[in-house]
Structure formats: C-alpha cells, structure tokens
Write a protein that binds this ligand. Sequence first.
Ligand code: RP5
Length: 162
Amino acid sequence: MSQVKVGIIMGSQSDWPTMKLAADILDELGVAYEARIVSAHRTPDRLWDYGKTAVDRGLEVIIAGAGGAAHLPGMMASKTRVPVVGVPVQTKALSGVDSLYSIVQMPKGFPVATMAIGAAGAANAGLMAAGILANSDAELAARLDKWRDDLSASIPEVPSDD
Ligand code: RP5
C-alpha cells in the first residue's frame, strides 16, 4: 500500500471494536492507515510524541477515539495542525454522552471535527478522512463517489414487512 496518511488513535484496547469500524471503511476504500493506542491519561508522553511528529511523518488526518473523560482528540488537536476527527466511544456508565461532551466543546483555535457517538461515528470518521484525502487524490475520489452511490442504490424505496 501507499504512504500512510491516516492515523487512527484510541485511548484503550477496549476502544478498538469501535475504532475498527473506521479502519474497515478505509480498507474498503483502499486508504492506508496506522492504528495505535495513545492514551491522554495513561501514556501522555506517547501522545506528545505522536502529535509532535505527525506532520513530518506525512499524516494528513488523525482519527482519535476515546470514551469517558475523552481528552485524547482535543489534546492531539492542541499538539498538531493535522486535522483531528474525534470519535466519542460509547460508554457503559453514561452511554457516550460523557465522551461526546468531552470532545465536542473545544475552545476557539483548536478544532476537533466531532462525529456521532459510537459505531456510526467511527464509520463516518473513516469516510471523513477519505473525503479529505480525496480532495487531492482523483482515484480515491472516484472510489468514494462509487461507495456513496452504492449505498444510495442499496436503500429500498418501499418498506418491507420482513
Ligand atoms: C478511555 O477510557 C478510553 O478511551 C476508553 O474508552 C475508556 C476506558 O478504558 P479501559 O478502562 O477500558 O482501558 O481512556
């Protein structure tokens, strides 16, 4: 595969079943990515190093997912100008509203593009990353257009009783 331009980072191994849905979309669209566990609280030095080297390593989008006190996306946005797409992971205690609120209310100057809570948000993060890269990659743009057309075509016009 080509140069890795998308980093998928998450606060814990327990986030991977959700974040894998972003990876699955990127696989479908032929977009190279790396996946890493980078915790704002448990591995802050790893977070700092990841953010500090992101531009030089050629990353163009970072998808960051975390749950609960979900500081990873915002802290990553404060450390690199690479666009950060935030995924609020669904939690048991508060259903992911805690994650959403932790990610979405960034102060002016350090944006995080915050997705929906959970599975849909992770898949959409993959699509968002692909859309950003497609602006400068005509072949990826064609694959993404087809992916979207196929999804539209799969939606029946008439509801079924089954
Ligand atoms: C966050 O705490 C992680 O992003 C995860 O969603 C949550 C729980 O982590 P574990 O206790 O399952 O490792 O930092």
